[in-house]
Design a protein around this ligand. Sequence first.
Ligand SMILES: Nc1ncnc2c1ncn2[C@@H]1O[C@H](COP(=O)(O)OP(=O)(O)OP(=O)(O)O)[C@@H](O)[C@H]1O
Length: 245
Amino acid sequence: MNKNNQTKIIEVSHLRKNFAGYQAVRDISFTVNQGEILALLGPNGAGKTTTINCMLGFLKPDGGEVHIDGINPAKDVVRARQQLAYIPEQVALYPKLSGLENLVYMSKIAGVDKSREQFQQLLEKVNLPGHAIHKAIAGYSKGMKQKVGIAIALAKNARALILDEPTSGLDPSASHEFSQLIRSLAGEGVAILMATHDLYRAQEDAHSVAIMNQGRLVHNISGDTIQSVQLESLYLEHVRVASTC
Ligand SMILES: Nc1ncnc2c1ncn2[C@@H]1O[C@H](COP(=O)(O)OP(=O)(O)OP(=O)(O)O)[C@@H](O)[C@H]1O
């Protein structure tokens, strides 16, 4: 999967971020190619969200660089954000608007011009139940809100999709459905980074897995190796070893 000739969409190079002298991210580098899924693992406080916030341009790195499809969000946040879609753990949508109205509104803000029918087709594509399309988001489950989030990414034609804890709180069938959706997005060429504690989903879905601990990237695996390793043992080994250093 991880071929050298694939286009790099997400590039994180020697990234560093400090908070009041505390090194939350310490010189990490990784890439996510077109059509690949990278699972970013690590215990609470490892630095995953800080890394994502640098990718989204919410935080300015203290060292190193991030590029999203060649654009550095620290230098041109507007253009960088045009290339990516972000789905946080709790998808932020307008609770009183329907799924369709949210999709139309969010897409218009992002400058996407489509007909109402095309937006509706996107919600069908992500398998949002037909009865929910015109219902207020307030009555949606987490999985349904995520589907709207993924439809927003699709409408935007995002080159990169960043997900923070996408499967936490999802039941097994919603998690499975989510997995199918992101695999199909990757199949369409989107580069996907998901920060997760879900080792099962990481092992099932990711083309590469990066383990962070205490701001450092302590292990990286890709390709067929992911399926053959005991990911939980590997994770615990690296997190324990790094914690005692
Ligand atoms: N705005 C901030 N100000 C000060 N410290 C921060 C700030 N944001 C994060 N940190 C610290 O940086 C470290 C990394 O936090 P981060 O949220 O990136 O971890 P994480 O891997 O995403 O954890 P989790 O899995 O719990 O979401 C933590 O020690 C955290 O307390």
